[in-house]
Design a binder for this molecule. Sequence first.
Ligand code: PHE
Length: 355
Amino acid sequence: MKPKLEELKVGFLAALDNVKDDQGLEELRVEYLGRKGKLGDILKGLKDLSVEEKKDIGAFANTVKAELESVFKRKQAELAHELAGAKAQDEWIDVTAPGIAPEPGHLHFSTQAIEEFVDIFKQLGFVRVRHPEVDWDYYAFEALNMPKGHPARDEWETFFIADGDKVMEGEKGKMVLTPHTSNGQVREMEKGYMPLRMMSINKTYRRQADVTHVPMFHQLEGLMIDKNVTLAQLKGTFDFFVKRFFGPDREVRLRPHHFPFTEPSFELDISCNTCHGSGEFEGNRCRMCKEGWHELGGAGMVHPNVIRAGGLDPEEYNGFAFGWGVERCMSMKSGMNLRDLRIIYKNDIRFLKQF
Ligand code: PHE
């Protein structure tokens, strides 16, 4: 058996020399050292030998096996090394070569609108401020002349913040995702500087989603507090904004309405771009607006109770406030034909690229 083992060794070494890759290496291992390999075949003969011979041949066979395994391992290491070298050659990169420039992006539709609002209102001295988007219901409702249980609160479709299954509550009431930016009114007055002209633009949240509503949207809140502020100034401010944002041919209209935190209160309308406020287009009822006007938001003279909640004396100070949705306002721009507001937040690059 010894010559057979010697022969096996010579054959193995010669074959190993010719191996070029991992696959060849594995094939060789199976052929010689595997369970059904050549070495195993030879060793099957052991059982027919005497005890003495078994000892002798067995020991010899073990040394041969160890030797084969060790050269095998060396070859394996060599191959791995070669491969790494070849890889380094193949995958060499020229770090000085010019790269592929990523396509430049741009600000989101809503952010662009917000920047435009800021630019327009700052010409009238309004400064952009931020207020919490998660706030106590004291600021969202109570300080705005809507005591606990006031039915008007329902109109705001509010999300409450829960800790487990309990609504979070603190000294200033329940925690809410602000359903409008009007929480900024009292928060800004509390800062205690007068006179003030602010626009608070933030995310707002309401439990509604359909073609004209997204549950997360943005609102702009304008607030001016001073002595002897007039309704004419509110209208002038709104008109200034509308002419600059929508174009000089758009008219404004204040339509009597009700909000608990302003008195008197109005809805802010702008004339329809198609029929220019007449409600008629080419002899038919205008299909864009039906009656000549589009509603943009709400406004009014700040209610004395709200002035008081802000720490001021309503005999001394008064002012106006207005607010509207950023996305809605954008969708009303001339040439805009947004049938479903929800697309703004679908992250569809084909839509977003257009702005
Ligand atoms: N906060 C009101 C709303 O969400 C709008 C508004 C703002 C009305 C300021 C009056 C004054 O509908």
